[in-house]
Design a protein around this ligand. Structure first.
Ligand code: ZN
Length: 337
């Protein structure tokens, strides 16, 4: 099984700094990806670990309006500098400002996704993993893009939620040239970025199972009545679940999602996966355990579609590795025999 992974993520290690001298690291720490990679290599799966192709910036510009801003802002910083936006254009339409910190608040929707000297390079390498995966998917049948930083919260015009570029949406944009694509987002959080990017599209069906946004990040999207717009009406499907959702409830929602996907009759499937759905994750509240991931993988793989799995969240490092192995091993077994 091909795994696309770039070691460039290691240069991205954002931290939250507080004025009283307390320093807290972001939950998106480099060891997340390292733990998953090492667990896969130590498993009995036959792994072909390959670096991504350095993709053209045009892929990013095709769906994001802030590529130049992020690249230029990162380039101005020295090693220790961090830009955290602290002023946001809330509830008003504004023209693009010229200066920091207004620019950061114009393009970033939260205070958890800082710009550092290395943020652009790491995010570009992560995006390259997903795009490369999309480019080889037709001949491979199953590819896993081990992306970090994650991507599914990055919208067309704003980034946030630890995400800079929407890795899975970039892959979907490549595959949509060949036929209908489904994004089945099974991270604990709503894939607001992917929903935003394809909200008016009937070529990419976006489906997301996630914690109820009434009480869960990203709060302002992910509700069941968000169904798409214009040509895309009916091509966005949200399945929010209450906190503490147990496996029976989760699997029933998954079956509903899979029925909608079958009706859409896609050519390709992309699965942004986050193991923050696991019990005890500091960013999640579902009650899934490691033994449930093969069940989830098996049901999705039964669609029998060429599938690109894209890594999103998952922050409990103790079980990230075994959850990733449990999920991918079963997925490969079901899909490729
Ligand atoms: Zn998440």
């Amino acid at each position: 099984m091909k795994i696309i992974h770039s070691l460039n993520h290691l240069i991205h290690n954002p931290r939250w700094e507080f004025t009283r001298g307390r320093r807290i690291y972001s939950k998106d720490i480099p060891s997340r990806a390292t733990i998953i990679r090492e667990a896969l290599l130590a498993s009995d799966m036959s792994i072909d670990l390959v670096p991504p192709i350095d993709q053209s910036i045009g892929h990013l510009e095709a769906i994001h309006g802030y590529v130049d801003f992020l690249r230029d802002a990162a380039a101005t910083l020295d090693d220790d500098a961090i830009i955290y936006p602290d002023v946001f254009p809330i509830r008003r339409k504004v023209n693009r400002p010229d200066h920091q910190p207004a620019l950061a608040g114009y393009y970033c929707f939260d205070t958890g996704t800082p710009i550092t000297r290395h943020a652009f390079a790491a995010a570009k390498a992560s995006a390259d993993c997903a795009i490369t995966g999309a480019q080889i998917l037709a001949q491979e049948g199953l590819v896993y893009a081990l992306c970090r930083p994650p991507g599914h919260h990055a919208e067309r015009e704003v980034f946030g939620g630890y995400c800079y570029f929407n890795n899975a949406a970039l892959a979907a944009n490549v595959l949509a040239e060949h036929g209908r694509v489904v994004l089945l987002d099974i991270d604990f959080h709503h894939g607001n970025g992917s929903q935003d990017i394809f909200y008016a599209s009937s070529r990419v069906l976006t489906v997301s199972i996630h914690g109820d946004p009434a009480i869960t990040f990203p709060y302002f999207s992910g509700f069941a009545d968000e169904r798409g717009d214009g040509e895309g009406l009916g091509y966005n499907f949200n399945l929010p679940l209450a906190p503490g959702a147990r496996a029976e409830v989760y699997l029933a929602a998954l079956d509903e999602a899979l029925s909608a996907i079958k009706r859409f009759d896609p050519l390709f499937l992309i699965v942004p996966v986050g193991f923050d759905t696991c019990r005890g994750d500091p960013a999640g509240s579902f009650d899934l355990t490691t033994r449930h991931y093969p069940v989830i993988a098996s049901r999705i793989a039964h669609l029998g579609l060429p599938t690109l799995i894209v890594q999103e969240g998952g922050y409990r490092t103790q079980n990230l590795g075994k959850n990733a192995v449990a999920f991918l091993q079963e997925f490969r077994k079901e899909l490729t025999g």
